[in-house]
Write a protein that binds this ligand. Structure first.
Ligand SMILES: Cc1ncc(C[n+]2csc(CCOP(=O)(O)OP(=O)(O)O)c2C)c(N)n1
Ligand SMILES: [Mg+2]
Length: 624
């Protein structure tokens, strides 16, 4: 071991260390931590802030954010678009800056996406408890608000001594780069420790490459899976987000081409096959297409690839209705591979699909089965045409007509981003995904406010792809903050802002579940005290413009199409603002979603909704 050391503060050493970390997959090497987002306060200004200043933009690019949660969203957008091979760090002060990370951390961990969180923490040496923003816990002296990050982090450490940074930083990198374990990683850094000097061994700052493995299936698991596929009459593949993370789209296409097994996709997996591939059935589950859901109900074998089986996918355990239906789960995480009592195929998605294709050589599904799903696909395509089309181009567009207009303007490479509201359902049913990672839906945490900051992260990861953040008015008001960041950095993110005066999605859900749209409209109070008066005189387009973004207002379908084309051609961040006609033009839900309804109520709407709920809930089924 060399005896040479370098004297740096903990914060300086961490930044230096981070600038030397790389991932490698398939022989391709790239930097693991490509930038650090930060908002400074007394908990990090003179520690990590000073260290970032000393490092300089070249060594560690610094990005200024407006809201800590939003900075995590930007980092997550970046990581997802980078197929988890690169990530960002986020530094915050102590107290509220740190706890603002909690929602972002949960979002990253739920979606299995890497982000390195570096919240400041109150003094390790405790010279003057309580310092500003320090939580005092009457019976536990070592708790800080950062402990709220533990359950939402895949790795958590508090670096209370300088030398403890070494194992903490190494574990943090291992988890970030690991396809099974990745998620939010938190290193809490007490404000005094950040500024403390230490003599670091030079080896700590050597280039370090984290190989991102592609585990291959075990022969016995593979043999069992192949036997099950060969014996199935009506197999269906569910493509999950793991296909994109693993860059397994070509392997999936090869398997679908060779075997004729149809593919339905989750929100995270949509775009695994191009929408016009004959075996692509579109979305599955509550927001799925009729052809995918009909097939799921009648399938005798479900082959889940890189999916978590969320309740939207399984229609709350009601979708897979064939008696004796079996599951094969190809997943890099054993945790997911064993869901649905499946035959587990624990492997990287691409390795596993390639192995399956090789072992299944010559095998093909029945012609009548293929003809059946192709007919269903054609029928659904016609529904999409109807939902996208407008009889009157000079009328206010409905939401699906907005998507039709966007569809007509984007190219193969554009990325559309969304997370919450009525858009995810409409997009899952209708969007014609033309390339991997074009369809960027955060539907693990479905967090309102992901879209705008994520757009920045996506654009940083893919500077040559036009980026569209799609937001409703409620979502816009939740987190418009990073528009300022996009303007400041000249990051060309387009915003499609849909005004419908409230939480339309939850309004619809509320009505279906007997809650009568309570609290879901943005309107003045009527004389009876309910929010059923006039819409609020709020001008969101003016709000966007006030933050420095170009804005184009579109009132009709025709104007909208031209506004979208103008925004796309512009080299500045541009918002297209449109007020929609609330007429429902999206196809109805093809499968259930379990949202419990009041078991007893005085109002008739809830009583009636409960009857329907009980009928649906009786169809739930456990796969054991
Ligand atoms: C942070 C957060 N809070 C609450 C919710 C619950 N929620 C889901 S959709 C939605 C309404 C979204 O409103 P808007 O963006 O206007 O879209 P719309 O429903 O009108 O299409 C709400 C409140 C959420 N997903 N995320
Ligand atoms: Mg709305």
């Amino acid at each position: 071991m060399s005896s040479s050391t370098r004297r740096l503060t903990v914060a300086q050493a961490l930044v230096e260390f981070l600038s030397h970390q790389y991932t490698e997959r398939d022989g391709q090497r790239r930097r693991l931590i490509n930038a650090t987002w930060g908002i400074f306060g007394h908990g990090n200004v003179a520690g990590l802030g000073q260290a970032l200043l000393e490092a300089g933009q070249e060594k560690m690019p610094y990005l200024q954010g407006r809201n800590e949660q939003a900075m995590v969203h930007a980092a997550v957008g970046y990581a997802r678009q980078s197929n988890r091979l690169a990530a960002h760090a986020v530094t915050t002060s102590i107290g509220p800056g740190a706890t603002n990370l909690v929602t972002g951390a949960a979002l990253a961990t739920v979606n299995r996406l890497p982000v390195l969180l570096l919240p400041g923490d109150s003094f390790a040496t405790r010279p003057a408890d309580p310092v500003l923003q320090q939580l005092e816990h009457p019976v536990s002296g070592d708790i800080s608000v950062n402990d709220a990050l533990r359950p939402v982090s895949r790795y958590f450490d508090r670096v209370t001594r300088p030398e403890a940074l070494i194992p903490a930083a190494l574990q943090a990198m291992r988890v970030l780069a690991d396809p099974v374990e990745t998620g939010a990683v938190t290193l809490a850094l007490p404000q005094d420790v950040q500024a403390e000097a230490h003599d670091w061994p030079e080896e700590f700052f050597a280039d370090r490459v984290w190989h991102v493995r592609r585990p291959v299936p075990e022969p016995a698991e593979l043999a069992a899976a192949v036997q099950a596929v060969r014996g199935a009459r009506r197999p269906l593949i569910i493509a999950g987000g793991g296909i994109h993370h693993s860059e397994a789209e070509d392997a999936l296409k090869a398997l679908a081409d060779a075997t004729g097994i149809p593919v339905a996709s989750t929100q995270a997996g949509k775009g695994s096959l191009r929408y016009d591939h004959p075996a692509d059935l579109g979305g599955i589950g509550h927001t799925g297409t009729a052809v995918a859901d009909d097939l799921a109900r009648t399938a005798d074998l479900i082959i889940g690839v890189g999916t978590r089986y969320s309740d939207f996918t399984t229609a709350s355990s009601t979708l897979f209705a064939t008696p004796g239906v079996r599951f094969i789960n190809l997943n890099v995480a054993a945790f997911d591979a064993h869901k649905m009592s499946a035959l587990p195929l624990v492997a990287d998605a691409r390795s596993g699909l390639l192995a399956l294709a090789e072992e299944l050589a010559g095998h093909r599904v029945d012609e009548t089965f293929e003809a059946e799903y192709r007919t269903g696909k054609t029928r659904w395509e016609r529904l999409v045409d109807v939902a996208y089309g407008a009889d009157d181009e000079d009328a206010r567009p409905t939401q699906t007509q907005v998507l039709g207009a966007l569809d007509s303007v984007v190219g193969d490479n554009d990325v559309i981003i969304n997370a919450a509201g009525s858009l995810p359902g409409d997009l899952h049913k209708l969007w014609r995904a033309r390339s991997p990672r074009q369809y960027h839906l955060e539907y693990g945490y479905s967090c309102m406010g992901y879209e705008i900051p994520a757009g920045i992260g996506v654009r940083l990861a893919a500077p040559d792809r036009p980026v569209w953040s799609l937001v409703g008015d409620g979502t816009y008001l939740m987190m418009p903050t990073e528009i300022v960041t996009a303007v400041q950095e000249g990051i060309n993110v387009n915003l499609l802002l849909i005004q419908n005066h409230g939480y339309a999605s939850i309004g619809g859900l509320s009505e279906e579940t007997g809650a009568e749209r309570f609290g879901t409209a943005y309107r003045f109070r009527a004389p009876d005290g309910t929010y059923t008066g006039d819409p609020l005189p709020v001008d969101l387009a003016a709000n966007v413009a006030s933050l420095g973004m170009d804005v184009i207002r579109a009132a009709t379908v025709r104007e909208l199409r031209s506004a979208l084309a103008t925004a796309r051609a512009s080299d500045r961040p541009t918002c297209v603002y449109v007020e929609t006609d609330p007429a429902p033009t999206a196809p109805a839900a093809q499968a259930w979603w379990d949202v419990p309804v009041a078991e007893t109520a005085t109002r008739p709407a809830a009583v009636k909704a409960r009857e329907e709920y009980d009928r649906r809930a009786a169809q739930r089924r456990r796969h054991l």
